[in-house]
Write a protein that binds this ligand. Structure first.
Ligand code: DC
Length: 371
C-alpha cells in the first residue's frame, strides 16, 4: 500500500484488528520512506479464514489463539510446547482443508478436543468442560468415569526417571534440565533429607535418640510447592544448602525410620504424575521397576572442585581440601550405610560426567529415553 503522505510504495503493517462485524480489518501501517504512521480500513481478504463465534461475531483465524487455549488445558501436564505447536498446526491444516471461508468456532473446538483426547485425557477433560460448559453432562460423566477407571489401573503408567549418584555429580542440574525438556516435574529427594535435618537442628533433637526422632517425624510435613521443598508448609530452600545441613542430612539419611517416611512420600508423589527424581536410591529402592534409570558420576576431585566453586561464589569461607574431604566422607557414609546404600542399579545407565557439559548429559539422558 502506498503512503498517503509521500506516496512511496514501501509501507509496513504494524498491527491488524478486526472491526466488530469482522468483515473489515483496521490496520496500522508505517511508511519506511518518511517514517509516518497511518491507519487503513480494508476488507478482510478472501484468503483469511474467518471464525464465526457463538454470538455471530467474526474474527480472523489465528494459530496463536489455538496455542494459548492448548497451553491452558495442558498446564502442568506432560505435554511439551513442541507437541502443542504440532497440534495447533494440524488443527489449522484441518480447518483450511474444509475449503470454507467461514467456520463456526464450535468446529474449531471439536478439532481441539479430538486432538487433546488422543494426547492427554486430563487436558482434554479440562478443555472440554470449559468449552462445552458442561452442556452434555451425561457424556461428561461417562468420560470422567472412563478416566477414573483408567487412572485406577495406571499406577504404573506414570513414568519415573531416576537419576542417582554421589554428591556433587551434578544430578540436580541434570534432573532439572531433563524435566524442563520433557515438561514434567522435578523432585529433589536430597532436599527432603536436608529439610528433615533442618528440623532436627531447629528443634535441637538428638538424632541418635530413636524415640525422640520418631516423635519428631510424626510431627513433620515435608512436601514441594512450585518445585521448592517445604518444611511444615514453609519454603526452606535457602536454608538447606549449608555445609552443616549437608552433614546433618547425610547422618539422618542413614537412619531407617527417616528413610521410611521420606521414601513413602517420594513414592506417593512419583506415582501421581510423571517425574524426574534425583537421589541415591531411586533406581534401587524407591522405584526399582522404573524403566528409566541413570547413575551419574564424576571423580571425587571434579565433584569437589564444582562444589568448591559453588560455595566460593556464595561467599563461603572454605578451602578446596576441606571440600574434597567432605565429599569423600559423604561418599563413604552414603555408600556404606546399612539402609539403602548408594549403589548403581544393575539396569541403570552409567554416565561419567567428568568431561561432559551439562547440555551433553541432558541430551544424552533425553535421547536414551527413546531407545
Ligand atoms: O543430594 P544431596 O546432597 O542434596 O543429599 C543430601 C543427603 O541426603 C546426602 O548425604 C544423601 C542423602 N540422600 C539419600 O540418602 N537418599 C536420597 N534419595 C537423596 C539424598
Amino acid at each position: 500500500m502506498r503512503c498517503p503522505y509521500c506516496d512511496k510504495p514501501d509501507t509496513r503493517v504494524i498491527d491488524s484488528r478486526q472491526t466488530e462485524d469482522g468483515y473489515v480489518v483496521r490496520r496500522r501501517r508505517v511508511c519506511d520512506a518518511c517514517g509516518k504512521r497511518f491507519t487503513t480500513y480494508e476488507s478482510a481478504e478472501a484468503s483469511i479464514l474467518m471464525i464465526v463465534k457463538k454470538d455471530g461475531r467474526r474474527e480472523a483465524f489465528e494459530r496463536k489463539k489455538v496455542i494459548n487455549g492448548l497451553k491452558k488445558a495442558c498446564e502442568k501436564r506432560p505435554v511439551s510446547m513442541g507437541e502443542i505447536e504440532d497440534i495447533a498446526a494440524r488443527i489449522e491444516q484441518k480447518l483450511y482443508a474444509l475449503g470454507e471461508k467461514e467456520v463456526l468456532s464450535d468446529r474449531v473446538g471439536e478439532f481441539v478436543m479430538d486432538e487433546l483426547r488422543k494426547t492427554d485425557q486430563v487436558a482434554y477433560i479440562r478443555f472440554a468442560s470449559v468449552y462445552r460448559e458442561f452442556a452434555d453432562v451425561e457424556k461428561f460423566a461417562e468420560e470422567i468415569d472412563a478416566l477414573r477407571k483408567h487412572s485406577a489401573h495406571s499406577a504404573g503408567r506414570t513414568i519415573q526417571i531416576a537419576i542417582d549418584g554421589p554428591s556433587g555429580a551434578g544430578k540436580s542440574t541434570i534432573a532439572k534440565g531433563v524435566a524442563a525438556k520433557l515438561g514434567i516435574d522435578y523432585i529433589d529427594t536430597g532436599a527432603m533429607y536436608r529439610a528433615m535435618a533442618l528440623k532436627v537442628k531447629r528443634t535441637g533433637t538428638d538424632a541418635s535418640d530413636e524415640a525422640a526422632l520418631a516423635e519428631l517425624l510424626a510431627d513433620t510435613e515435608i512436601d514441594f510447592e512450585d518445585g521448592q521443598v517445604t518444611l511444615d508448609g514453609e519454603p526452606v530452600e535457602s536454608e538447606i544448602r549449608t555445609p552443616e545441613i549437608s552433614e546433618g542430612a547425610s547422618v539422618i539419611a542413614a537412619i531407617g525410620i527417616v528413610r521410611e517416611k521420606l521414601v513413602d512420600a517420594q513414592r506417593a508423589i512419583g506415582r501421581s504424575k510423571n517425574v524426574v527424581l534425583d537421589g541415591r536410591d531411586i533406581g534401587t529402592h524407591v522405584f526399582p521397576d522404573s524403566k528409566y534409570k541413570f547413575y551419574l558420576t564424576a571423580t571425587a576431585e571434579e565433584r569437589a572442585s564444582r562444589r568448591y566453586k559453588e560455595l566460593k561464589d556464595r561467599g563461603e569461607d572454605v578451602t578446596f581440601e576441606e571440600v574434597l574431604k567432605d565429599v569423600q566422607e559423604r561418599d563413604y557414609r552414603d555408600m556404606t550405610r546399612d539402609v539403602d546404600p548408594l549403589r548403581k542399579a544393575d539396569d541403570a545407565v552409567e554416565i561419567d560426567s567428568t568431561n561432559m557439559t551439562i547440555d551433553e548429559v541432558v541430551n544424552f539422558v533425553v535421547d536414551s529415553l527413546n531407545k
